[in-house]
Design a binder for this molecule. Structure first.
Ligand code: NAD
Ligand code: ZN
Length: 363
């Protein structure tokens, strides 16, 4: 694999290119000019990302082919995924004269991707969207699959739309400025994807972990490529998230979401919670004989190689996490549905009882 990889993602009826690597941003303008006719563009970023070279490079690439981008800056953090911020963004679209043939370029992590994506999905009933993900999580996860959303005071991601981007450009060099904790946390989703593929992929990822922790490009490119392919494969068969195919991507997330909610979304980054959730799911699978007895240990070693802890955070009562998982969106009536890993890679969705989950959380 060279220093760049371009994948074509097909989500019928849509298809778009996903580019990842060093220097891919230079292709943003030229590729986009083939996709949209208007020169109207808005670039949405949070305050942190707006001050980084990546934001300047995005605008330079757009201007290089004749776009006249307007920059829209929002405060950093999950609180920007709100109706109030969306309203301000729509107002700025209006001031910028963004027409139905214009394009919204979301530059940043999953927060900006979800917010700008939602605003693009709803502006004039949908305008073109481009993702320039700048966190590892956004590169591997939120920029792929077409989900956009904002939060309500009563819950996360409750208002949203499916809106596939026209192009995704993941500039690996942008990760250099990412805080180490955010960077490490992003690997939880990659570990999840490797686990969904095979034990061999998990072992390969673990072996490459020390190099990736140092920012080694070739391994990082291969890991992002793997995660994007796995996500795309699961989304392709279930674009609107209606059956259990896309649900498999929720491996580790039933417990992760419970941890995040119980801890008020402040103490743990998403990936840190997913790391715990993956191990708990593997423990339940192991107790049921669905996967090999040494998977849990292997998973823990892999997560540790990325500096991710797999024990339930201190201060959180296992019982309250169990109770919280009953609110999971995969539930059917009062039945708790969890994704559990299989022996030969892959996973399935199973009904899991309180006692089993409690045992896995306290193991
Ligand atoms: N749409 C989807 O399918 C999907 C999937 C997973 C997660 N999400 C959403 O993604 C969000 C989390 O995304 P995130 O983890 O990327 O968080 P984030 O967008 O808040 O970014 C994390 C922090 O890193 C900063 N940052 C971003 N890029 C940087 C860079 N290159 N250098 C330095 N700092 C940088 C940001 O300003 C922010 O403070 C959540 O809201 C979640 O719901 C969506
Ligand atoms: Zn996730």
């Amino acid at each position: 694999m060279g220093t760049q990889a371009w994948l074509r993602l097909d989500f019928p009826p849509h298809s778009y290119e996903y580019g990842v690597g060093e220097g891919v941003l230079a292709s943003l303008g030229p590729k986009l000019s083939q996709l949209v006719r208007s020169t109207g563009a808005v670039v949405v970023a949070d305050e942190t990302v707006a001050a980084l070279p990546v934001a300047v490079a995005v605008e330079a690439s757009l201007e290089g082919v004749g776009f006249v981008p307007t920059r829209i800056v929002v405060p950093p953090g999950e609180s920007s995924k709100s109706l109030a911020t969306a309203e301000r963004v729509w107002d700025r679209f209006a001031q910028a004269g963004l027409g139905a043939d214009g394009v919204v370029v979301a530059v940043g992590g999953g927060v900006v991707g979800d917010l700008a994506g939602f605003c693009a999905a709803t502006w004039m009933r949908g305008v073109a969207l481009v993702h320039v993900p700048t966190t590892l999580l956004a590169m591997c996860d939120s920029s792929v699959g077409g989900k956009t959303a904002i939060d309500l005071p009563c819950g996360k991601n409750l208002v949203g739309a499916f809106h596939q981007p026209r192009l995704v450009v993941a500039e690996i060099n942008a990760l250099d400025s990412l805080p180490d904790r955010e960077y490490r946390s992003g690997f939880a989703e990659i570990v999840k994807c490797a686990l969904l593929l095979s034990r061999a992929e998990l072992a390969r990822l673990r072996a490459a972990a020390p190099r990736m922790r140092l920012g080694e490009r070739a391994d990082l490119l291969a890991a992002i490529d793997l995660a994007v392919r796995v996500k795309a494969e699961h989304v392709r068969d279930d674009v609107l998230d209606r059956n259990d195919r896309r649900a498999l991507l929720n491996l580790g997330h039933t417990v992760a979401h419970a941890i995040e909610t119980e801890s008020g979304y402040v103490a743990y980054l998403h990936g840190e919670a997913v790391a715990v959730g993956l191990v708990v799911a593997a423990r339940v699978a192991e107790a049921r004989g669905l996967c090999a007895a040494d998977l849990v240990a292997e998973l823990e070693q892999t997560l540790a190689a990325f500096g991710l802890v797999s024990a339930l955070p201190g201060g959180l009562a296992p019982r309250s996490v169990v109770d919280r998982t009953r609110m999971d969106k995969k539930r059917r009536g009062t039945r708790r549905r969890m994704v559990l890993p299989h022996a030969r890679g892959g996973a399935g969705v199973y009904d899991v009882q309180d006692a089993e989950l409690l045992a896995a959380l306290t193991a």
